[in-house]
Design a protein around this ligand. Structure first.
Ligand code: NAD
Length: 289
């Protein structure tokens, strides 16, 4: 299949490479010459504009920094330039409103579109083991599923347009709050004189267990390998966690939902980031507690 890929950064670079490995012809565009050079090394054909990249393709995948950039790329370059009936798949993490608006506009021009944000970081993007949460019609999901499967281990239909983004920000609101709760518990355990490995052995098998504890333990040398074992480098940057929590707070405000724990997590990650730790893995917030 001929697939255009727009946005070949930390995440998109590996995702596009996996589409190539699955036998697709990938037409790549990114504003960054370095990202384009890497895409070329990974077997993509490279283009100097999104409009050129989408010529003659059957699908467009995008992995862009935010909703404003995603909307600009689709409204200015993709819609109208891609062949009629091209399937559009936006995998960026963006606000629910923009995801719905752009999908509606695309639909009015005859394109089927899904929002398909991911869970999993750069390592999962490279390994092709992302989880995709997909919003769109049944028909669009059925067409998108085989393309997304080439880049992930799970592809789940969350509901109508925007539902993928809704699932993503709700999931990451849990992640932000459980990571802080886990960090606080380890900090308290230490002050109470508990051995941290012993506390892990107990809590990981008791009701305090969560993904933040057993898959991504914020304490160095405890649990499986995680960014904590690497000086809190790599992994999922605190600035990206803050971005997702801000999206969750905006969504909660417009939906009239009460999210006091999510709000507190957003405040704590905002402070951590303002203190110069935006590039630190989000589990590094344990050092600030
Ligand atoms: P990134 O900054 O590494 O990559 C974004 C790429 O988009 C860059 O290469 C940039 O040059 C390019 N770009 C920007 N504007 C463009 C435009 N108008 N046209 C073409 N290319 C353009 O970011 P990333 O870490 O790859 O994240 C991408 C998306 O994935 C974000 O929405 C992020 O929230 C989400 N995400 C990231 C992670 C992670 O661990 N990094 C995990 C899950 C989801």
């Amino acid at each position: 299949m001929k697939i255009a890929f727009i946005g070949l950064g930390n995440m998109g670079g590996g995702m596009a490479a996996n589409l190539v490995k699955a036998g697709h012809e990938v037409h790549a565009f990114d504003l960054s010459p370095e990202a384009l050079a890497r895409a070329k090394d990974n077997g993509c054909a490279t283009y100097t504009s999104a409009r050129e990249a989408v010529q003659g393709v059957e699908a467009v995948v995008s992995m862009l920094p935010n909703g404003q950039i995603m909307e600009g790329a689709y409204v200015n370059d993709v819609l109208g330039a891609a062949p009629p009936a091209t399937l559009l798949l936006d995998c960026s993490t963006i606000d629910v409103r923009t995801a719905k608006d752009v999908a509606f506009l695309a639909g009015s021009k005859g394109y089927a579109m899904v929002d398909a944000p991911v869970s999993g970081g750069i390592a999962a993007a490279n390994a092709g083991t992302l989880t995709f949460m997909v919003g769109g019609s049944d028909d669009a999901f059925a067409k998108a599923e085989p393309i997304l499967s080439a880049m992930g281990k799970a592809v789940i239909h969350a509901g109508a347009s925007g539902a993928g983004q809704a699932a993503k920000i709700c999931n990451n609101m849990i992640l932000g709050a459980t990571m802080i709760a886990t960090c606080e518990a380890f900090a308290l355990a230490e002050k109470l004189g508990l051995d941290l490995q012993t506390f892990y052995d107990i809590s990981s098998k008791a009701s305090g267990q969560s993904w933040s504890m057993t898959s991504y333990c914020p304490v160095p040398g405890v649990g499986p390998a995680s960014p904590a074992d690497n000086g809190y480098q790599g992994g999922f940057a605190a600035a990206l966690m803050l971005k997702d929590l801000k999206l969750a707070m905006d969504a909660a405000k417009s939906a009239g939902a009460k999210v006091p724990m999510g709000q507190r997590a957003e405040e704590l990650y905002a402070r951590f980031t303002a203190d110069g730790h935006g590039g630190t893995d989000f589990s590094g917030i344990i050092q600030a507690l």
